[in-house]
Design a binder for this molecule. Sequence first.
Ligand SMILES: [Zn+2]
Length: 298
Amino acid sequence: MTDATANSDAFRTDRRNPDGTVLRATTPAQWFGDDAPLADERWLFIVPHDDDAILGAGLLLQYAHHQGIATRILIATDGHQGYTRIEDRAHIADIRRAETRAALAALIPDAPSPDVHWLNFPDGRLRHFAGRFAAPAADANADADADAHNAFAYEVVAGHTGLANACTFHLRRFAPTRVFCCTGADLHPDHRALHEEILISLFHAQGSIWPELGAPLSHAPTAVEMAVYCPFPALPQLRLVASPQALARKLDAISAWASQTQIATLVQTVREGGPEEYFRVVDFPAYRPQMYRAHFTP
Ligand SMILES: [Zn+2]
């Protein structure tokens, strides 16, 4: 944690307003355009795969740490399909879990222990775990090729499972002020599926549905998209500019996924991008019939 002067030296946060002006924000609240006290900020990252949070927000995670903001990373998949060498196939989930912890340690060396949690849904099949449903019996909670990788032990809460169950539960439990997700415009089906589930879970978490998953949120978290492989579906409003040292830590962190033999290409792409990241706040305008009245008014 550092003081405000050091923060402003190490990180610059810009907000592009609808009128095209760009505001240099001095606090996270100003950046997001509200008045949340810094002490109340809690940032939840819900990502499909272990490397998505650092690829999309490796600088932002460092900024959050410098601001003293409580952060938690939820990783939806177990990563079992992410092997690039046949000899890793049986243990890739364990290998990637260790690499993830090493990556977070490289990203923020002075963090006591990163708050990271795996939901363990099967990698590459998130779309089949949309919604919420009663958890199958324990002996059915296994995959046909379970002996080829770590057997699934996806998260069950209150006898139910599914991405909406997990997201609603964790949103209520962590009560974030901001929720970060990968855009739904990505080509990767896991990214698309999780994006959809997070957005609907934001509504569930604020309502009274499924009371066994916790008390409804008393506030609406800001939904924020980060881009990983494909561009944003619409212009991002937020930019974070960090120091070359912060970019170096992000690159070191990404390099920790040594099992991903294609990682050098990704590192090169991130290096060329420089020490900046962009984020898009997602608005949910509620439908009102009067929105369309003018279209039918001569
Ligand atoms: Zn991913």
